[in-house]
Ligand binder design. Structure first.
Ligand SMILES: [Zn+2]
Length: 179
């Protein structure tokens, strides 16, 4: 299965179209497996050593994905992290394995997460996880994809709320402990 192999057109309103390119599959030859971190395989497309350059940031992103895997009851081996310089390529689904762009996380959420504010990141990446899971049933962004995406969001809505709430409590208790 090759979900979102090429850019798909999504219709908004009657006549307006946008290009939905955030699920474009990164070619295999560009992804070099760096290593497995906390059970999640991490891939790179650059010469940068992610684990040296972005050690703390990568840990925060992987921790978020681990919590989301628990929420949607996914195995960690079904989740992959990749670093791709074009951060508009946020995620993709390849052969029912989900891939998430660490560069997108860096640009969108790490500035908040490093201060313990994980609400926006958890919400955003939860939606991304549900979106990519829906590609298990539909390659394109069509009505079938929309149906499964909505179903996943509804099915796990209370779980993601609990996960965000519990994570905030854990972070608060650490901050209080340190202070
Ligand atoms: Zn998609």
């Amino acid at each position: 299965m090759n979900a979102c192999r090429s850019n798909s057109r999504g219709r908004i309103g009657k006549n307006k179209y946008i290009i939905l390119n955030h699920c474009v599959i990164i070619p295999e030859n560009l992804l070099r497996e760096a290593r497995t971190y906390k059970g999640i395989k991490v891939y790179n497309t650059q010469s940068t050593n992610l684990f040296h350059t972005y050690s703390d940031q990568l840990t925060r992103f992987v921790n978020i994905l681990i919590r989301l895997a628990e929420v949607v009851q996914l195995k960690l081996e079904d989740i992959h992290v990749y670093y791709y310089d074009d951060s508009s390529k946020v995620a993709f689904n390849k052969d029912k394995a989900l891939y998430f762009n660490f560069k997108s996380y860096l640009e969108l959420h790490d500035d908040e997460c490093k201060f313990g504010n994980i609400c926006n990141a958890m919400s955003y990446w939860f939606i991304m996880v549900c979106h990519e899971l829906a590609h298990n049933f539909a390659l394109e962004h069509n009505a079938t994809h929309e149906y499964y995406f909505t179903s996943y969001v509804m099915a796990y809505m209370s779980s993601i709320f609990n996960a965000i709430f519990n994570t905030i409590n854990i972070i608060s208790s650490i901050i209080n402990f340190v202070n």
